[in-house]
Ligand binder design. Structure first.
Ligand SMILES: [Zn+2]
Ligand SMILES: [Zn+2]
Length: 273
């Protein structure tokens, strides 16, 4: 018995799991398989950014304009009212999202929820909400995986903000196409009309805080926002952990108008699959 526990102790020292991002041995006991340095190193998104969709501005000039809105938000393109993300979806953050998505590291979901709660607390008036809703997976996908990674973030976030979590309000009615890589246009098409409220549930005048892991084009949040507004919701606020750096090509306006986006790059980090 003593020998066994000694061996266990030795093994835990010798084979301690390294940080999943930088491979350094983990010294913290937080049960998040990412070291403190890497956790502190995610590239947080800060001003200047579009006041509405949170798209980071490259130049300060755009941010200095009166409304500080990106081209799409000036056209009132998105159905959601506001969106923000914690950090740029780079290699490090994508490693972390993989842990949420495929390994159900709930502690990491809590850590991300804390970061999103910080965004809310910085501007409480702008982030007033009644309920928290995770972007749902298609039922088949959820059955396969056994859980919804967006819920791993939304549940602790709702708790932090003292709001009700609604996991049975929104459903994904259309499955994601089987192909792994989608162009931007295909991506917009694949989520358009893909969400609905459960059995026509109404949410009249409700302010919804929508939560997802990654924002790529905004198509997913947009499609969810349309379904929720159709059901009566008054305001849709979106929060995601990661945000894919926007390409220089202006995004899906082309897709929305039914044109082919010939220059659309493959979507390497599809939203919410
Ligand atoms: Zn590390
Ligand atoms: Zn914008």
């Amino acid at each position: 018995m003593i020998l066994k526990s000694t061996l266990d102790g030795l093994a835990s020292v010798l084979f301690a799991a390294p940080c999943r991002i930088c491979d350094q041995a983990l010294t913290n006991a937080s049960r998040i398989p990412i070291c403190e340095t890497c956790l502190a190193g995610f590239r947080r998104i800060a001003d200047p950014m579009c006041h509405c969709c949170g798209r980071p501005f490259v130049s300060a000039v755009a941010a200095e304009s009166v409304q500080a809105l990106c081209r799409l938000c000036r056209l009132d393109f998105y159905a959601f009212d506001r969106a923000r993300s914690f950090a740029i979806y780079d290699d490090a953050l994508s490693e972390a999202v993989v842990l949420l998505k495929y390994e159900q590291v709930t502690r990491l979901g809590v850590w991300f929820a804390d970061r999103l709660a910080e965004i809310v607390r910085q501007a409480p008036d702008e982030w007033q909400a009644d309920i928290v809703v995770p972007v749902p997976l298609h039922m088949e996908r959820q059955r396969e995986r056994g859980y919804n990674q967006a819920e791993l973030i939304a549940r602790p976030l709702a708790k932090r903000l003292n709001l009700r979590l609604e996991t049975a309000l929104l459903v994904r009615t259309k499955p994601r196409p089987a192909q792994l890589v989608l162009s931007r246009t295909e991506h917009w098409k694949s989520v358009r009309g893909a969400y609905a409220t459960w059995e026509g549930r109404k949410v009249d005048n409700v302010r919804v805080l929508l939560v997802d892991d990654v924002l790529t084009t905004g198509a997913t949040l947009d499609a969810c926002a349309r379904a929720l507004k159709k059901a009566g919701a008054s305001v849709i606020l979106g929060l995601t952990v990661g945000r894919v750096r926007s390409w220089t090509n202006p995004p899906a306006a082309a897709g929305r108008r039914g044109k082919t986006n010939t220059q659309g790059k493959p979507d390497e980090h599809p939203e919410h699959q």
